[in-house]
Design a protein around this ligand. Structure first.
Ligand SMILES: [Mg+2]
Length: 110
């Protein structure tokens, strides 16, 4: 498969996958179902880390979650590309704190 390094190319490949199996017509774009699928994949990522699996296995599970996430953007009809760049602009302005030996970037409101 051709490996294109752009958001629009990846999104189109995922749209093609949705169209191939008619996800929209067959419940595959139901948001509650998609949240459950994303939770399942996040668990598989955790499993890779906590069980010390290979980087290749971790990459595959991250890809599964990434594909589901972009598919959820398609399902919800949201512009995730715009949302990411908008959010990055905000995140770059936020402060960072060390909490229990780990950095955290947040608004730290309460
Ligand atoms: Mg998986």
């Amino acid at each position: 498969m051709d490996q294109k390094d752009s958001y629009s190319a990846i999104l189109q490949a995922i749209q093609d996958f949705h169209d191939k199996h008619d996800f929209r017509g067959k419940g595959g774009e139901d948001l509650v179902y998609r949240v459950a699928l994303m939770a399942e994949e996040l668990g598989e990522i955790a499993n890779c880390v906590t069980k010390g699996k290979s980087r290749e296995a971790l990459a595959e599970e991250c890809a599964d979650l990434f594909i589901l996430l972009l598919g959820t953007a398609i399902s919800a009809d949201i512009d995730l590309n715009h949302a990411v760049w908008h959010k990055m602009e905000e995140l770059m302005k936020r402060p960072a704190k060390m909490i229990d030996g780990r950095i955290r970037v947040s608004r730290f409101e309460s």
